[in-house]
Ligand binder design. Structure first.
Ligand code: GLC
Length: 725
């Protein structure tokens, strides 16, 4: 097979370097070593000998420069190292977890946050982040849903591309930019039963329709690297999948960056029963198109011999080395290999401003009975209950190990800062941690709630109940948190619940015990001030759910882009019937013991105003296939407060050669609407919006009737019909 460069633009200095490299030096560039203090001497020797081209998890700028000096000044060819780190949702300043960022439906702000993260990471010599994670996730049991933009391929693609732009900028060699890495290619989020690292079976049509598009969007946004996944995908481990890596990513899409394996995902192909030994691992990964091996040594230990005996294609070795060297060139590492010996820096005021703004826009108001929120400015006493209300660590969420904990502003701190001595604030944790099952703290908490005008309860998950290898079989609130909430509600005093979580939880009866519920995900460094601003109405909540909330684990997978089936539910939940009627009346897609609808649908979120949609017009409403369609709608704020509304456009292709979902998000836009204002919004659906993946796996638009729905969530029923001919 022709090497994947084709006639891609080559860098002469790289070509000249490749011509001078020995096979061992080439393989060295294909090895990324995890830095551990305990094997430091071995690492130094490997660098000196040119047996390693990259590190991850180097602890500080000084160590980085020490390794770099060895590479540049003592190895034979002086090729600089490239240093990677997981900067997932912030480096020193921590932003909301990515699932929360997606809830903002604000790609510009997400891009700004990634740019802040890049500048903080670049300042200490990190050249490359292993982000954005863009695995479409439809199973809240899966702990890594926290790191993902959620269930929808369009939203995931938009957010992934925004993060790539934020991390890399227009010149990744700039001193405040870093290389991005779209991960985990591909299908990792479809892990069976939500168990991390578990097997995935994804039919080709679904793979090309749902899981691949976010990666294509990141490649089109110029992402400099892609990471292959752990999972067995339809019987072939993703890290050894030549058709998808070398075929689709590098071949069809023309990706010219670096493909890096995930941690040990190469050698794990032995566990998968796909490779017999390390030689087979090296051969399989090279053939598949993996350019750089993370953390293990199959390439180092086996590739030279495989190349010498002709088993491994040396043109593919050169292609891999070329990609790694080109990455280093694009990052300016040949020209400026060293970083300043910065000590970890404090967040700037701009970083904190972006962190607060993104946290604000990530908050989703789920319920607000009788206008319990916003709180009155002259409330005299507030009780705050729940250990998460004042925990600078848990608030940051998963993948936040570099975050500055002492800059976290918690809900309690933010409240006290805001109300000063005007309002009495009494904080009673009630539990020692969210996992605590003791009731010992309840009496004091109940007393505080009884005495206060209103009680703010902050409950949910600790940071490490989501993230990698942190899947859950239940989606409930850990510990005795729900019982604590019930005891507080029994006082009859107003209760506002704020939920910290890395996933949708099954809320159930929790919803009955609070007058209002705000879902805050894990909101990051400035989560406290953002939450307090929303509770007091300085800002109206504007977040929208990037993932469907199930009523029960038994409903999973549940998502908005479902198929109609031959028996769509139309008669509503009927409960368990006495006997089984013979006539098929009411025999529909359903459960006996639970209604099929979700607790909260994708795209849902309330604000402090009432928004009305009307006057939906498609222009044209009858057009040839391939013609863009302008969607016009009037959005009216009938409330008394200015709000940001996320206008969402969903499509249903009524008939197709492959059955089509009843709803698919195709476009969205945040718009600010003043009280009483009627805004006429126009959103374009370009020709690609009407495409789907046919049985031949090619994207196609078929003539016929389409329904376009516009509104504030995926159940929007304002509809207009379109005919494409
Ligand atoms: C981990 C994760 C991956 C991360 C890498 C380096 O196992 O799967 O997302 O970037 O290893 O830490």
């Amino acid at each position: 097979m022709q090497d994947d460069d084709g006639d891609g633009q080559r860098i002469p200095a790289v070509e000249a370097l490749i011509a001078r490299m020995t096979l061992e030096e080439k393989v060295g560039q294909m090895s990324q070593r995890a830095y551990f203090a305990h094997d430091r001497e071995e690492a130094l020797e490997a660098v000196r000998a040119g047996r390693v081209g990259s590190f991850l998890n180097v602890p500080d700028p000084a160590t980085r420069n020490e390794l770099q000096r060895l590479a540049v000044e003592q190895s034979r060819l002086g090729i600089p190292l490239v240093f990677g780190r997981d900067v997932i949702h912030g480096y020193r300043t921590i932003f909301p977890i990515v699932l929360g960022q997606a809830a903002s439906f604000d790609p510009e702000l997400v891009e700004a946050a990634a740019a802040v993260a890049a500048s903080e990471a670049a300042a200490v010599g990190i050249d490359w982040t292993f982000a954005p994670m863009i695995d479409v996730s439809r199973d809240p049991r899966w702990g890594r849903i926290a790191e993902s933009p959620g269930e929808d391929p369009h939203l995931t693609a938009v957010m992934g591309a925004a993060m790539v732009r934020g991390f890399q900028g227009s010149d990744p060699a700039a001193p405040d930019r870093i290389a991005a890495c779209a991960k985990h290619y591909v299908g990792y989020g479809a892990a069976e039963a939500g168990k991390d690292y578990n097997t995935t079976y994804i039919p080709d049509g679904l793979l090309h329709e749902t899981y691949l598009p976010p990666y294509r969007a990141c490649v089109e946004a110029g992402v400099l690297s892609v990471m292959t996944a752990f999972n067995d995908l339809n019987g072939v481990p993703a890290t050894g999948n030549e058709p998808l890596v070398r075929g689709v990513l590098k071949g069809e899409w023309g990706f010219r960056g670096v493909v890096v394996s995930d941690w040990a995902s190469m050698t794990e192909m032995i566990n998968h029963g796909y490779c017999a030994d390390l030689r087979a691992v090296a051969q399989t990964a090279l053939r598949a198109g993996v350019d750089l091996e993370m953390a293990t040594h199959a390439y180092r230990d086996c590739l030279p011999a495989l190349a010498e005996d002709g088993t491994a294609d040396t043109a593919r070795v050169d292609d891999a080395v070329r990609r790694v060297l080109e990455l280093k060139h694009r990052l300016g590492l040949f020209a400026r290999p060293y970083t300043t010996d910065y000590a970890p820096q404090e967040p700037t005021s701009r970083a904190l401003k972006v962190a607060k703004e993104l946290a604000l826009r990530s908050l989703v108001l789920l319920t607000n009975d009788d206008g319990a929120l916003p709180l009155s400015a002259d409330v005299e006493s507030i009780a705050v209950v729940g250990p998460l209300a004042d925990d600078p660590n848990e608030q940051l969420g998963c993948w936040a190990f570099d975050g500055i904990r002492d800059r976290t502003v918690t809900v309690v701190q933010a409240l006290r800062e805001r109300v000063g001595d005007r309002t009495t604030i009494q904080y009673v944790p009630g539990l020692t941690s969210p996992l605590d099952t003791s009731r010992a703290g309840f009496v004091e908490a109940v007393a505080a709630a009884t005495a206060a005008d209103v009680t703010i309860v902050v409950l949910g998950e600790t940071a490490d109940l989501s993230g990698e290898c942190h899947s859950r079989a239940f989606l409930d609130f850990p510990g005795a948190q729900v019982e604590l909430l019930e005891r507080l509600a029994a006082t009859g005093r107003p209760i506002v619940l704020v939920v910290f979580a890395g996933r949708p939880l099954v809320l159930g009866r929790v919803l009955e015990h609070a007058n209002a519920v705000v879902y805050a995900w894990h909101p990051g460094t400035m989560g406290g001030p953002a939450i307090v601003d929303v509770l007091f109405g300085d800002e109206s909540p504007s977040g929208r759910l990037p993932v469907t909330f199930p009523r029960a684990v038994g409903q999973i997978p549940i998502y908005h882009a479902f198929k109609n089936t031959g028996r769509p539910p139309t008669t509503g939940f009927r409960g368990i019937p006495a006997g089984t009627p013979l006539d098929p009346e009411g025999f529909e897609t359903s459960y006996l013991d639970l209604e099929v609808s979700p607790e909260f649908p994708f795209g849902f979120g309330m604000s402090y105003a009432t928004i009305k949609y009307s006057e939906l017009v498609l222009e044209p409403s009858h057009a040839p296939v391939g013609h863009p369609i302008q969607v016009h709608v009037t959005v009216e704020n009938t409330g008394t407060r200015v709000v940001d509304e996320v206008v969402q456009v969903y499509l249903r292709d009524l008939v197709g050669s492959v059955t089509r979902p009843v709803r698919e998000l195709k476009a969205f836009r945040r718009v600010r609407v003043e009280p009483g204002q009627r805004r006429r919004i126009q959103i374009e659906l370009d020709a690609t919006a009407f495409e789907f993946v046919g049985l031949d796996l090619k994207r196609v638009t078929e003539p016929g009737r389409f329904h376009v729905f516009v509104g504030g969530d995926s159940t929007a029923d304002l509809c207009a019909e379109l005919e494409l001919v």
